[in-house]
Write a protein that binds this ligand. Structure first.
Ligand SMILES: [Zn+2]
Length: 154
């Protein structure tokens, strides 16, 4: 049942109610008038029920559309995160690593929000990478040890 069908039923009942209400203006016996009033009341109740059904159907359609969108978004995310695996790097960071080239790391914090943001190498001796979104830093590479500078010619 859709909204158009419910609207048609509602309008049909409105016409019936108008017709019954028109009978009240005719010269009729008291018993007949009571039955007409009863019919008008019953049609009015049916109209109210149809109106409530229409509201409920509208609400359910909205909810259905929302849930379909949620499922679609969830499927897309499963495909995206499926291209990564959670790894512990040589520097001790726990981050997502891509399964395909070009190999890269992605921020685990942003992944909680269903977003992939690639970590960029800070090119520092401490081996940290930074998330382009949340700016979190991860010790992806092991810290480089300082090599003593060899002075030549001294
Ligand atoms: Zn991040």
């Amino acid at each position: 049942m859709d909204l158009v069908l419910i609207s048609s039923a509602y309008n049909g009942l409105k016409v019936a109610k108008d017709i019954f209400s028109g009978f009240k203006d005719l010269q009729v016996e008291t018993a007949a008038l009571e039955r007409i009033n009863d019919a008008v009341k019953k049609v009015g109740e049916a109209q109210d029920a149809i109106f409530m059904l229409r509201e409920e159907l509208f609400r359910l359609q909205e909810e259905n559309n929302y849930l379909k969108q949620q499922i679609s978004d969830s499927d897309k995310w499963a495909d995206i995160i499926g291209q990564y695996q959670l790894v512990a790097t040589a520097g001790g960071a726990v981050v997502f690593k891509s399964n395909e080239e070009p190999l890269h790391f992605a921020c685990p914090s942003c992944a909680q929000s269903k977003e992939i943001h690639i970590l960029q190498d800070n090119r520092l001796i401490v081996g940290t990478f930074t998330c382009t979104k949340c700016k979190a830093q991860y010790p992806v590479k092991p810290q480089e040890t300082m090599q003593p500078i060899k002075m030549q010619g001294w």
